[in-house]
Design a protein around this ligand. Structure first.
Ligand code: CUA
Length: 339
């Protein structure tokens, strides 16, 4: 039994440590969390294997054989030494691991000076991110794709408009529930440039599986550029002549972080290949501008065959300016005229 337990433990620990279970790590906190995981594997695999080996051995060795139906086992009145040992050893292991986990948690939660603040709002089934400007005030325009600077602590405040969601960037390793009615916070320090998936990790309804977005870790300069693009009044006083010139370019809005239509939709003209929502070249083909506008600001009005309601964020009418919506409608109308 000991031999089986030792071999199975060794195999289990090897599988736990050698296989690369996690996605690439993109935060300062990830390293100590991954080490914590490894240590927990090293301790918990032998416990699991030990218990299962004893159970299987006992089932086999002490099973009832034909003719033993009415026999009782030998009377046992406890074994103090054994009971002390099997209480003390797990208690020591538990206290040790809890202390270690607490130290890691303290370390991960330590506040750094001058954090970047981002308010994360979850709703069925989308994430919206609100940023703080240089003046310390929240910028009105939000984005559906998260942007954060590299090597600065980001302090998230999680909120939910409807049900429980869970804001998780696996590459950052940390996640917490967004709970309606309260503000939940956590901090993370991104330390690797790139774009990483954001997923909702709390079953929140039909669209839970598609409640995804991406987190872009960029240089401080690029982040500031992104912020100033967000904060800019969307419709500057028109051109020199009469002010009738369109203030926004539809294709730009389509691909911007505010619109980010490309994350979910396919549209050949914009080079977009998203598959969460319908191919706009197909479903908008030959539709008039009123239909296209409704599809943006009131996405549940008409649902394309094969797709579900409540998947597309219902608030583009608020997060985009009227000028941006109009530009988007005009652009989509132009590129889907067909013929
Ligand atoms: Cu939101 Cu699952």
């Amino acid at each position: 039994m000991v031999g089986v337990g030792v071999i199975a433990s060794a195999l289990g620990i090897a599988a736990g440590l050698l296989i690369d279970w996690f996605p690439v790590s993109a935060s300062k906190e990830a390293k100590s969390i991954d080490t914590l995981w490894d240590v927990l594997i090293i301790f918990s695999v032998p416990v699991f294997v030990g218990v299962t080996t004893v159970v299987l051995f006992s089932v086999l060795k002490f099973r009832m054989r034909p003719g033993e139906e009415n026999l009782d086992g030998p009377p046992i009145h406890g074994n103090t030494r054994l009971e002390v040992i099997w209480t003390a050893i797990p208690a020591i292991i538990l206290v040790g691991l809890c202390t270690y986990a607490f130290v890691v948690l303290e370390d991960v939660e330590a506040a750094a000076p001058n954090p970047v603040k981002v308010r994360v709002v979850g709703e069925q089934f989308a994430w919206t991110f609100f940023y703080t400007g240089a003046d310390g005030k929240e910028i009105k325009t939000a984005s559906h794709q998260l942007h954060v600077p590299i090597d600065r602590q980001v302090q998230f405040t999680l909120q939910s408009k409807d049900v429980l969601h869970d804001f998780w960037v696996p590459a950052f390793r940390i996640k917490k529930d967004a709970v309606p009615g309260i503000d939940v916070t956590y901090s993370v320090t991104p330390n690797r440039l790139g774009a990483y998936p954001i997923v909702c990790a709390e079953l929140c309804g039909l669209g839970h599986a598609v409640m995804r977005s991406s987190a872009v870790v960029q240089s401080q300069a690029d982040y500031e550029k992104f912020l100033s693009g967000l904060g800019k009044p969307a419709a500057p006083a028109g051109g020199a002549g009469g002010g009738a010139a369109p203030a926004e370019d539809g294709k730009t809005v389509f691909n911007s972080s505010a619109g980010n239509c490309k994350a979910c939709h396919t549209l050949a003209d914009a080079g977009a290949t998203g598959t969460i929502g319908p191919d706009l070249g197909t479903v908008l083909k030959g539709k008039d501008e009123a239909f296209i506008k409704d599809s943006i600001v009131d996405p549940n009005k008409v649902i394309a065959p094969g797709y579900q309601a409540d998947i597309m964020p219902p608030d583009f009418g608020q997060t985009l300016t009227p000028a941006q919506v109009d530009a988007l409608v005009k652009y989509l109308s132009d590129v889907t005229k067909g013929g």
